[in-house]
Design a protein around this ligand. Sequence first.
Ligand code: 5RP
Length: 236
Amino acid sequence: MTGELSPIDTAKYVAACRAAEMVEDGMRVGLGTGSTAAWLVRRLGERVQDEGLRVKGVPTSTRTAQLAREVGIEVISLDQAGWLDMTIDGADEFDPDLNLIKGGGGAHLQEKIVATASDQMIVIADAGKEVETLGAFPLPVEVVPFGWQTTRTLIEEALDAMDVLGTSSALRMNGAAPFVTDEGNHILDLHLQRIGNPRQMALILNQVPGVVENGLFIDICDKVIIGHGDGRVELR
Ligand code: 5RP
């Protein structure tokens, strides 16, 4: 199924396989979004087919929902599940406190809701996602389309007073048109370089009118499974 994988895909794959082993029969599992989470969904699908594993999956995007159905995982909504045994998802960055930047795939709103409604959140990532301080990866912020330029100005004003190195932002594009999330919103990617106080940053961003959700996950992730290109796996 995997063929010849590049080192980066090997890293994502082995992390995803380790996480898939943690899923037990009968569990309700939040299914993340992105290339690493896609390996997890495929591996869980194999377990459903080969072992008869019974699992109910709550996807965090339409993309993941489609893949989960394709590989034979029963898909239910978060409201049908009520609460989840675990969520397994990728990340764009994680720091020593297991704080995350997510949203590189534009799905962090649903990802945060689903992860927060779970007994535990397990992140699967290649080793390149580990950082001392968050912020090299542009921080995604989901904003409503109405007045988004005003929202951007308000965000940049709020950031001026904070411990960041830069404050430029860019509207995420999909070709010539703004990227549209599953919830019909846009994404501003904030180029901050270094986020000195992620907790404060998350609170301040979510206070700006027009902001729906930022991509900082604070005190949500319980464990990170790190995959390496040579097939090794580490836990944090
Ligand atoms: C999507 C996400 C992804 O988990 C994150 O972007 C990592 O993606 P990948 O596994 O493709 O590197 O947050 O919103």
